[in-house]
Design a protein around this ligand. Structure first.
Ligand code: TYM
Length: 336
């Protein structure tokens, strides 16, 4: 695959730490697919991020491959996108270290996700949880990334990546491109179906709170019907109707329309009818993706070819940036 230097660069990644939800799809993956034609894209399976909390090794191994198959099943063309496992390109960890030496404890301990996750861990909080956003910054900066398509929960981490890039450039000379976030107009923050003031998350203990990417159509329907709605009636998009607004957002992103258009389409309809329509819209997207993912997983040799070639290509570009950063910091230079 030729690197098309004229195109701007995108980098993004997803952790293989659990079964993905429609939040991951609507907030990230769907936008990646749309952006693949216009950009030079790196879509990584960030396995080293997943191990910041303890994983069962055999489950993690399986999930990594499933996630690669999901990327392709969602519509990412292996001919057009570089897809690989983060741990296969050691430059991620190496640049992570250089950036760690330029990051401050204060800014890392202020990260919302660190505060949330460490509160759940009790006394033994892994150091990786604290330095995780620095590794994420390294992921992005290695490729001189222009744009990072993410859901809004990752915006704070992207801000940190920008700060680290600017700080490094100021101290050691121009080295990194300062990346911009790309956050979709709809679906950027899909909320829990049971507690609509909380983000939909794959780690939620209540399985009715999320729709996973592998839920069959009947389960999607059941979960949608059980979704918490608000008092009153009417399909209205408003901050005082978080439950129904979340469903409107899901429907709008599935159909590629605006919340206003959804309100209009369902004017006069009851919650029951609307929930059924949302369930159908979600299942229509998920069913073909699930079929395709299953097919792909039956051809391990094909998947292996994709992640091996992806890592080879990513390694080449990543090493060039890493070596430049090492040289700037005064480490003995090597030939590019
Ligand atoms: P992760 O694995 O938690 O989530 C992957 C992507 O899905 C988005 N997302 C959501 N979007 C909308 N609604 C939701 N409920 C929802 N839940 C998750 C996330 O915003 C994300 O875009 N740190 C990252 C992974 C990462 C990364 C990177 C991303 C590592 N390095 C470099 C971009 C660039 C993470 O944990 O995402």
């Amino acid at each position: 695959m030729q690197i098309q230097e004229t195109k701007k660069t995108i980098f993004s990644g997803i952790q293989p730490s659990g079964i993905l939800t429609i939040g991951n799809y609507l907030g990230a993956l769907r936008n990646w697919v749309q952006l693949q034609e216009e950009y030079n894209t790196y879509y990584c399976i960030v396995d080293m991020h997943a191990i910041t909390v303890r994983q069962d090794p055999s489950v993690l191994k399986k999930r990594c491959l499933e996630l690669l198959a999901l990327y392709i099943a969602c519509g990412l063309d292996p001919e057009k996108n570089t897809m690989y496992f983060q741990s296969h390109v050691s430059a991620h960890a190496e640049l992570g270290w250089l950036l760690n030496c330029n990051a401050y404890m204060g800014e890392l301990s202020r990260m919302t996700q660190f505060k949330d996750k460490s509160a759940k861990q009790g006394n033994n909080i892994g150091a990786g949880l604290l330095t995780y956003p620095v590794l994420m910054a390294a992921d992005i900066l290695l490729f001189n990334t222009d744009l990072v398509p993410i859901g809004s929960d990752q915006k704070q981490h992207l801000e940190l990546a920008r700060d680290l890039a600017e700080r490094f450039n100021n101290v050691y000379g121009q080295t990194f491109t300062v990346p911009e976030p790309y956050i979709g107009k709809s679906g950027a923050r899909i909320m829990s179906l049971q507690e609509p003031n909380k983000k939909m998350s794959k780690s939620d203990e209540n399985v009715n709170a999320f729709i996973s990417m592998v839920d069959p159509a009947d389960v999607v329907m059941k979960k949608m019907k059980r979704a918490v709605t608000d008092s009153g009636s009417g399909i209205i998009y408003s901050p005082d109707k978080p439950g129904i607004s979340n469903l409107i957002d899901i429907y709008a992103s599935c159909k590629g329309v605006t919340p206003k258009e959804v309100e209009k389409e369902f004017e006069g309809a009851g919650y029951g009818t609307f929930k059924e329509a949302v369930g159908t819209a979600v299942a229509e997207i998920l069913t073909p993706i699930q079929q395709k993912q299953k097919e792909l997983l039956s051809d391990k040799a094909y998947l292996e070819k994709i992640f091996t070639e992806g890592a080879d290509k990513a390694r080449y570009t990543a090493n060039r940036t890493l070596w430049k950063a090492q040289k700037r910091m005064g480490l003995a230079p090597r030939k590019l």
